[in-house]
Design a protein around this ligand. Sequence first.
Ligand code: GRF
Length: 201
Amino acid sequence: MKTKIAVLVSGGGTNLQALIDAQGSVIASGKITLVVSNQPGAYALERAKKAGIAAAVVTKKEWGGQKGFEEKLKQVLKENGIEMIVLAGFMAILSKDFTDEYPQRIINIHPSLIPSFCGEGFYGLHVHEAALSYGVKVTGATVHYVNEIPDGGKIILQKAVEIQEGDTPEVLQRRVMEQAEWILLPQATELVCRRIQEEKA
Ligand code: GRF
């Protein structure tokens, strides 16, 4: 029985798409069973629908703040027998209460080489703006375990990406996605799914 995966999203879902496309090849030990978005209009939900994957929307607004949001999220995950969680462009905070429920079972993709350009306020384009304004020659992406510290968990995989003359944040973001994020996230997901399978054996 494959490891049941939930992918949490907030936006366009290009990382979700990479995971969907990797099922049956790079991702052999896991099955994307559920997609949960905290944004009702996220295009990632369209991607889930096209792929025939069950999807849910859970927002802080409708569940009365952080605590209610996390309670509902836990309930939906449990109802679907979820064993591991992938944060793919997920923009909501998860408290220690929540992450402690899934020790070494939640992973996140961050678009820089942690510990550079990470933590509070470093998300989306801001990460690439910071790399360009610092003038680094190499950036990349990191997949790490998730704990209560933003981008603070143990690193699983990293991949470097060259910064080129004249890069804008948008151009750099796209290159980091294509050359690093969309490769690393399926690989890391498979590593964790396989470990969970072995633990269950
Ligand atoms: C992007 O900034 C990506 O680098 C980061 O999350 C954002 C949205 O990704 N991982 P996605 O297209 O929604 O997967």
